[in-house]
Design a protein around this ligand. Sequence first.
Ligand code: AMP
Length: 546
Amino acid sequence: MNRNGAQDVDDRMQHWEMTVDRFAVHAARWHGAREVVSRDADGRVTRSNYASLERRARQCSAALLAGGIRPGDRVATLAMNTLRHVEAWYGIMGIGAVCHTVNPRLFDEQLSYILNHAADRWLLADPQFAPIVERLRPKCPALERVVYLSDAAGRPPGADADFEALIGGQSADVRWGEFSEHSAAGLCYTSGTTGNPKGVQYSHRSQVLHTLMVGTYEAFGLAARDTAMLIVPMFHANAWGLPFAVMAAGAKLVLPGPKLDPPSLYELLEQEQVTFCGGVPTVWQLLLDYLRGKRLRLSSLKRVLIGGSACPEAVMRAFRDEHGVEVLHGWGMTEMSPIGTASGRHTAAVAALDPEAQLGYSLKQGRVPFGVDMKITDDAGRRLPHDGHQSGYLKVAGPAILERYFGDGERSVLDAEGYFDTGDIGTIDAEGYLQITDRAKDLIKSGGEWISSVEVENIAAGHPKALMAAVIAVPHPKWRERPLLIVKLKPGETATREEFLAFLEGKIAKWWMPDDVVFVSEMPLGATGKLDKKRLRAQFPEFPPH
Ligand code: AMP
């Protein structure tokens, strides 16, 4: 008898340990000839398929085992989205070792902290990151071996190992899986806005469940006939689970490598006839701007997944009106594997509205798939109603959501009901759509009332001359805090403060109107391509003098 008094059955279904290697096995067996296309740092395009990917991943497993890597050991990757990186993932996870994806855009101190905290034994790195690796090596005593994800020709000078040499001659006859689905599969550190980065460890079970969740039509809805390109890097919350989800679907996989500038992305989108693609808003803003400037069309793209920060209205409109591309807006975080909600596939009631009203819902962060539960609460932790107006602290629960940080002992970070505090502030409406109004730490509290910096910056980013916009709180003698709008203009544009204030007029409440507007030539971006408001706040501790 189990906990609730129900009977376990004797005549029952088969038991599978839900381990992620099954995605590679499935893709190889049922979609073996489906293409995997990868572009390296030097621009060279490699064509492979799932049968080969699985074989080479097993060879990688054999090499890791021969090198003394055991289940539970951490193997780090410092790499962009390439075929070898995907092969390494499955090679590591298939034998129960833990794949620790490290973000190469972090500062050296953060990188060495992360590698030491995780006690990574091996590091598999892209050759272009050799200078970072050389700086890190002396600071990471637990690191036994560095292997470059290249062939002999692409190996950095002086390096002692490359991926092709590592797996060459190894047997592909390696046993995968068959260990507990509760074993660790992956590890990813959040950039951490305060204090040290924190590690989020995913289990095989949580990854498999997450893949099933994101595979639903309401979420990413990938199909075997899709061609999916992964722009969001694999070190950013596992590329939102796409390396698993794409292979579970058997879709063609396109890996763009390190070149993520608009011309390089456009070339690959067209050349490979990509139908589905995922990335943060800044990538899309730059690409759309490039397409407009060059009068180029997207001939195959059908759906884009936009997440990581709020999708600006201008981006959603441009995709819809200029390119006929459907936007799926997703919200989530590293601690959630990362899906939280998705917007785009509407409920019956919303689908019956006119296109403009539907767009309003698409701009929200969306609804939860099965496997995620959420609530919003007030300061005292009491649940707030789902009326689309009252905003509160957003808390989430589910089998692919963090309970405790890696290496933090038994310390759970959940509330009494088992919910994880996301640090986001939002509303939930009667249709179940979540709208993020802010990060708790980015809130602007003017005269005791909250101003949504996200909403103001999204509207400002829609100004025809704006490339990016940010709104931060600046101390104010009377209201305690007031908003400052910071704008990066499109190349060659000039604008005045008054132009932007006039643009906002009537679109936001009067008291939300920024007290000032400043123009910057560079917008500070964090390691995952999001606006770095911490740096902006440091740059503008007070309103600039006029
Ligand atoms: P990360 O763990 O680096 O992916 O960051 C997660 C955080 O990014 C969330 O807690 C949100 O604050 C923010 N975020 C992610 N997606 C969205 C979105 N669609 N809209 C607004 N904020 C988002």
